[in-house]
Design a protein around this ligand. Structure first.
Ligand SMILES: Cc1ncc(COP(=O)(O)O)c(C=O)c1O
Length: 413
């Protein structure tokens, strides 16, 4: 099918305004295939993927080992019948229990990040018998009702009010604010180890560990939303590793499926899991924990180990960040800040309009970048962890050229 015909159908049958917005940005290509850090459209144009599907493609696109693992299950029994046991689920659960910090042990497999967050919230209420939650302003936890209630951005929340009662939002990274808010009604505090969609915001060192301690002193659970930070994105397995924090519940998704299958997990300690151990049918999912999804998850974790992707992502991320900082020095009128760690980097611009312009200019140069959902001033870079520094150099060169054009127009943006 011609690209124009695909776009027309998007406009007619998916969403006319998002289709027009993408077209306006110069995004008119239709995906054909992908490999490593390259997406190729149906016209044969190659794009360097610096967005990584919002952090999903940590091990790159279509990794052959993940594809092979999924294919094996596809031809045997792709989805779980829900009555007998399945080996990929058992193996993935065991592996995640080994890799996650502290006493995290039990897994409930899901199909998306929002679903992982929903599971954490329900399990926290079940474990504590308490109704309330504390989350951070400017956070992003997904857009289903429970996850949206935790999400700290009114733009996404207001049209759907009333959301779940009992959620309080405090400034991110502010321990004192949490000390004033967490009380005997708090089931859990839910936080991202680095705020992703909020604009790649890192908390102060020691904050996550202090949150864990505070929660435990007050009988609440600490939920780490690792949907974006987890599975190697920050140069460690999980974002909480940086602080040595040990959450009671963790949500993972995005990169876990290797960019081949949708798979996520709610992972909890034995204590947090008690209610589900007493009644395992309080929370269930038809699709969750299928063989193809779990085999993809297991193969993804193995690829990260075999290809040393944590260390590689950390080193390449540091190289990339240094390059972005040089651009900040040369274009202070356009770039306000560069931050993040590993391959989760953010570049904050001085003007909101600069984000869209830079994105369009980079897409014209066949490099995919995007701004964060809560903050259009921040361009995020979340490429595959395996991207070589030669490709980073190419991206930085193209960025420099595009920034010259943005700098020339900055007063009008
Ligand atoms: C931290 C975090 N939690 C949850 C979600 C929701 O994940 P999904 O889009 O798979 O529902 C996201 C998505 O960007 C996220 O960044």
């Amino acid at each position: 099918m011609e690209a124009a015909a695909v776009l027309k159908k998007y406009e007619q049958y998916l969403n006319p305004s998002s289709t027009r917005l993408f077209r306006f940005m110069g995004l008119t290509g239709v995906e054909d295939h992908a490999s490593g850090w390259t997406i190729t459209d149906t016209d044969g144009t190659d794009y360097v993927d610096c967005l990584g599907g919002y952090g999903m493609f940590a091990i790159g696109h279509r990794h052959p080992k993940v594809v092979a693992a999924v294919e094996k299950e596809l031809h045997a029994m792709p989805m779980c019948g829900k009555v007998l046991f399945n080996a990929p689920a058992a193996l993935l659960a065991e592996k995640l229990a080994a890799l996650t910090p502290g006493k995290l042990q039990y897994n409930f497999f899901v199909n998306s990040g929002a679903e992982a967050v929903e599971g954490c919230l329900k399990i926290a209420r079940l474990a504590t018998g308490r109704p309330a939650f504390v989350a951070a302003a400017n956070s992003f936890h997904g857009k289903t009702f429970g996850a949206l209630s935790a999400t700290g951005r009114d733009l996404y929340r207001d049209p759907f009010q009333p959301l779940l009662p009992g959620f309080t939002h405090v400034p991110y990274g502010d321990l004192e604010a949490l000390q004033k808010t967490v009380n005997e009604f708090t089931a859990a505090v839910i936080l991202e180890p680095i705020q992703g969609e909020g604009g790649i915001i890192e908390p102060p060192a020691g904050y996550l560990k202090a949150v864990e301690k505070l929660c435990h002193e007050r009988g609440a659970l600490f939920i780490a939303d690792e949907v974006q930070t987890g599975i190697g994105r920050t140069g460690a397995w999980f974002g909480v590793n940086q602080d040595g924090a040990e959450p009671d519940l963790m949500a993972v998704a995005k990169a876990l499926g290797g960019g081949v299958m949708p798979v996520g997990s709610v992972i909890g300690t034995e204590q947090a899991w008690q209610g589900l151990i007493e009644n395992p049918f309080l929370h269930t999912s038809t699709f969750g924990g299928g063989q193809m999804a779990c085999a993809a998850g297991l193969a993804t974790l193995q690829v990260i180990e075999e290809e040393d992707l944590l260390a590689r992502g950390k080193a390449t991320g540091a190289y990339f960040k240094k390059g972005l900082q040089e651009l900040q020095r040369d274009f202070p009128q356009v770039i306000k800040d560069v931050r993040g760690r590993g391959m989760m980097l953010g570049m904050e611009l001085t003007r909101e309009g600069a984000g869209g312009m830079l994105m369009a200019l980079m897409i014209a140069r066949h490099i995919i970048i995007a701004y964060t959902l809560n903050n259009p001033k921040v361009i995020r870079f979340e490429p595959p962890l395996c991207m070589p520094t030669t490709v980073v150099d190419l991206v930085l060169t193209q960025l420099r050229e595009a920034l010259q054009e943005v700098a020339a127009a900055i007063d009008d943006l």
